[in-house]
Design a protein around this ligand. Structure first.
Ligand SMILES: [Zn+2]
Length: 131
């Protein structure tokens, strides 16, 4: 069973590898409305033909370039919301009104729980991360 941060890191690794594994010349994709075609931005190849413009638009909007930017953003959040030696979230540690630090167990970090909720159907997702 993985920890919440391991779970998120593993999902990011897979999304990043999948985005980098595409075979088009460009990682940016465009919807060519007139042709019903999704092409890479270098116009080097057809990615797919798709009848529904809305579907092509959606796929183009979530092209590999965007996925990689999203992975970078998610990793930045993981660098802040990470466990210390006591498995408390470094990013969530705050001082209360009396100046005393309050600690949040890493499994209860709202930011990490929010990120983990991106993949609720994954077999390693743990229901208690939602509660
Ligand atoms: Zn946190």
């Amino acid at each position: 069973m993985s920890t919440i941060e391991e779970f998120i890191e593993a999902r990011i690794d897979i999304e990043e590898a999948t985005a980098r594994g595409t075979v088009q010349a460009s990682l940016s994709w465009q919807n060519f409305t007139m042709d019903g075609e999704l092409r890479d931005s270098d116009n080097a190849g057809t990615i797919m033909m798709c009848v529904a413009d809305e579907d092509r638009q959606h796929i183009a909007h979530h092209d590999p370039a965007r996925v990689l930017r999203q992975c970078t953003a998610l990793r930045a959040i993981l660098r802040v919301h990470r466990p210390d030696g006591d498995r408390e979230c470094v990013g969530c540690t705050r001082n209360d009104r009396a100046g005393e630090p309050s600690f949040v167990p890493i499994g209860e970090c709202v930011e990490l729980r929010t990120l983990a909720a991106i993949w609720p159907d994954h077999p390693d997702f743990q229901a208690e991360w939602v509660a």
